[in-house]
Structure formats: structure tokens, C-alpha cells
Design a protein. Structure first.
Length: 171
């Protein structure tokens, strides 16, 4: 009996976790994104929960999945895995931006990822234009949850000047 349970346990656990890992809303994706940088399980949940999304069927959720892939590089041990995970996420994020270049949330996610990526990766070329776009769009955002999500990140980020931080503080 123990032998049967030993072989069935991985299947029981994986089917249970598959059912609970779906990310169905943008709010869930935002929440997992916030914790994925500090928690490997959240990062895995973000990627797995958004596995069915791509730049064609939902560019915004695909961008969150891309960020999860990029953050997953932090948790990989093998340098090859680190590079593959980061590159896969970067490609998907760029495709999402290309699909909806005027989507402020996607542009914010790219800004966040580029500002937190190690400089040796050379992934920082879009920071100035994404920062300007996000700041221009910030005051007209109607999604309060998104505005607060972005504001919390931008207030702590090293990418804004004192004057730019004042722009977001007032809204």
C-alpha cells in the first residue's frame, strides 16, 4: 500500500496545484508580481497561472507572465537556465509591448523590469521613453488599483528624479 501511495503522491499533488494556480484576473497577476521578486513560489505561480496567455490573446497578462519568466532567472542555479529564462521573458515582454504599444500597464512592466535588471544584461534601452510615457499617462489613469500599484513601485524606484516623484505623489 505504501508503495502505491509513493508512486501516486506526485500525481495527486501536481493535479491539486494545477487547479489552484490559475491566475484569472489582472489583480491576481499584480499581487503575484509584487511578491515574485522575493518569493520563488509566487514567481512559479505567476508563470504557471498565466501559461495560457500570449501577446495575441491577452498582451497584458502575457506581459506579467514575461516578468515572471525574467524574475525566475533569479531562482535558477544553472547559468544557462538563468539566461534562457530571462531571454524568454524578455522576448515575450517585447512582443506584448509591440502588440499594444500604448498600453500603460505593459509599458510600466517593461520599465520596472529594465530598471531592476542587472546592468551586465544590457536591458535598459527603453527606460527613458517608457518612463516618460508612464509619467504622461499616470494622471489620466482611471484604474485606481493600477495607479496605486504603479505609484508604490515608482516612489521607491531609483529611476525618477525628485520632480518626477512629485508628479506621481500629487495623484
Amino acid at each position: 500500500m505504501k508503495l502505491i501511495l509513493f508512486f501516486l503522491f506526485p500525481f495527486l499533488v501536481s493535479s491539486t496545484s494545477e487547479n489552484t494556480a490559475n491566475v484569472d484576473t489582472i489583480s491576481e497577476a499584480r499581487s503575484l508580481f509584487k511578491s515574485a521578486a522575493f518569493d520563488q513560489q509566487s514567481c512559479a505561480s505567476l508563470m504557471y497561472g498565466l501559461k495560457n496567455y500570449n501577446e495575441n490573446n491577452n498582451p497584458t497578462l502575457a506581459a506579467y507572465k514575461a516578468c515572471g519568466c525574467m524574475m525566475n532567472a533569479k531562482y535558477a542555479i544553472n547559468p544557462f537556465e538563468k539566461w534562457n529564462s530571462f531571454s524568454k521573458g524578455k522576448t515575450l515582454l517585447q512582443k506584448s509591448v509591440g502588440k499594444e504599444p500604448l498600453n500603460v500597464e505593459i509599458r510600466f512592466l517593461r520599465l520596472a523590469m529594465q530598471s531592476k535588471s542587472p546592468s551586465f544584461l544590457g536591458y535598459s534601452e527603453d527606460i527613458p521613453k517608457d518612463k516618460n510615457f508612464v509619467l504622461q499617462q499616470f494622471k489620466s489613469l482611471e484604474d485606481i488599483e493600477l495607479k496605486n500599484f504603479m505609484k508604490a513601485f515608482l516612489e521607491k524606484a531609483d529611476i525618477l528624479s525628485h520632480a518626477e516623484k512629485k508628479i506621481i505623489e500629487n495623484y
